[in-house]
Design a protein around this ligand. Structure first.
Ligand SMILES: *[C@@H]1O[C@H](CO)[C@@H](O)[C@H](O)[C@H]1NC(C)=O
Ligand SMILES: *[C@@H]1O[C@H](CO)[C@@H](O)[C@H](O)[C@H]1NC(C)=O
Ligand SMILES: *[C@@H]1O[C@H](CO)[C@@H](O)[C@H](O)[C@H]1NC(C)=O
Ligand SMILES: *[C@@H]1O[C@H](CO)[C@@H](O)[C@H](O)[C@H]1NC(C)=O
Length: 290
């Protein structure tokens, strides 16, 4: 990384740039001219130039008022989704981002702070709610999880007590251990009795996706490759899960093994996580959410 070059490019942005105006590239189609405001003719090796420009684009886009449909706001909003699932998820409650209404970001000390107004949707009952969220991405080297605070209205209205209790009682006595694989299969199908296990796998994956997320990632749970029920311990249903996560920026499929527990009282807990070696020739599984 050529730091001098980076600084030279950043400085004119700070002096002349208006972040709300230059927030424009991101994921959406560019508006206005093709010429990026920061593009400076550089005669050196093109690869380096491109790389440096991308860094600058990110710097420009990521503070000030954010375009709700562009990546920086959507990435941050997806982290809120994972956070809500770690707090409230269950085999019968799985929360997804429905809409980003507004967002802004600012640099605070070593961190970047996002404020977001969102609509979230619980996809099993199809109840939606409005959320205000604040999240902090720690800066510096070394990955540490973003910190999230969120308050939502209406999202948890669905009363899933009866379904959860029935599911719990059905699987608690471990004389008929359940297991499954390829949920959903390559056609996007799954047996109805596998759905709660797919939801649970998705909620459990949110624990990893929350922890692994940073400002450059966008994770999604793609498939439960397989799961196996283990002996119930201390009134907690226990499962080994092997899940496939899709990192949508790099288009990588990432395999994780998880030890997951659940009971209506304790909720979902992820006791162990184990990143699996990179798999080659892996195809992106179907992108289904229910
Ligand atoms: C879910 O709710 C939204 C409104 O919140 C509605 O537009 C949509 O049709 C509903 N979907 C289903 C499957 O009921
Ligand atoms: C949910 O329904 C159960 C009965 O199925 C009831 O006992 C419980 O009080 C309800 N909870 C809420 C928050 O409405
Ligand atoms: C974000 O996470 C990805 C995947 O773990 C990693 O490759 C990348 O270096 C991280 N970026 C930052 C800015 O920490
Ligand atoms: C689960 O799926 C993974 C990935 O396809 C595979 O490597 C592993 O052997 C499977 N485990 C079981 C218990 O079937």
């Amino acid at each position: 990384m050529d730091w001098t070059l980076l600084i030279l490019l950043v400085v004119p942005t700070v002096v002349h740039g208006n972040p709300t105006v230059t927030v424009r590239t991101g994921s959406g189609p560019p508006v206005g001219s093709d010429q990026h405001p920061n593009s400076v003719p550089l005669s050196e090796d093109t690869q380096t130039t491109t790389e440096v420009r991308e860094v600058v684009v990110e710097e420009v886009m990521m503070t000030g008022v954010l375009n709700p449909s562009h990546y920086p706001a959507r990435r941050a909003a997806t982290v809120v989704q994972h956070y809500l699932n770690t707090r409230y998820g269950s085999p019968y409650r799985w929360i997804f981002l429905s809409k980003v209404h507004s967002g802004s970001a600012e640099d605070v000390a070593e961190m970047r702070k996002y404020q977001l107004e969102l609509t979230m949707q619980e996809i099993i009952s199809n109840v939606s709610g409005q959320c205000s969220a604040e999240l902090l991405f720690p800066g510096g080297e070394g990955q540490s999880a973003p910190q999230v605070q969120a308050s939502c209205e209406g999202l948890l209205q669905s009363n899933t007590t009866a379904q959860e209790e029935a599911f719990y009682q059905q699987h608690r006595a471990s004389n008929n251990m359940v297991s499954g694989n390829d949920i959903p299969d390559s056609y996007g199908h799954m047996e109805p009795n596998m759905k709660p296990f797919w939801h649970l796998g998705g909620v459990a994956s949110s624990f990893i996706m929350l922890r692994e997320s940073n400002e450059s990632t966008l994770y999604n749970m793609a498939q439960v490759a397989n799961f196996t029920q283990l002996e119930t311990e201390k009134d907690q249903l226990r499962f080994n899960y092997h899940v496939l996560l899709h990192e949508m920026i790099s288009q990588e499929i990432i395999h994780w093994k998880l030890l997951v527990t659940w009971s209506p009282e304790q909720g979902v807990q992820v006791l162990q996580t184990e990143l699996q070696p990179k798999c080659h020739n892996c195809e992106a599984p179907p992108n289904t959410t229910n």
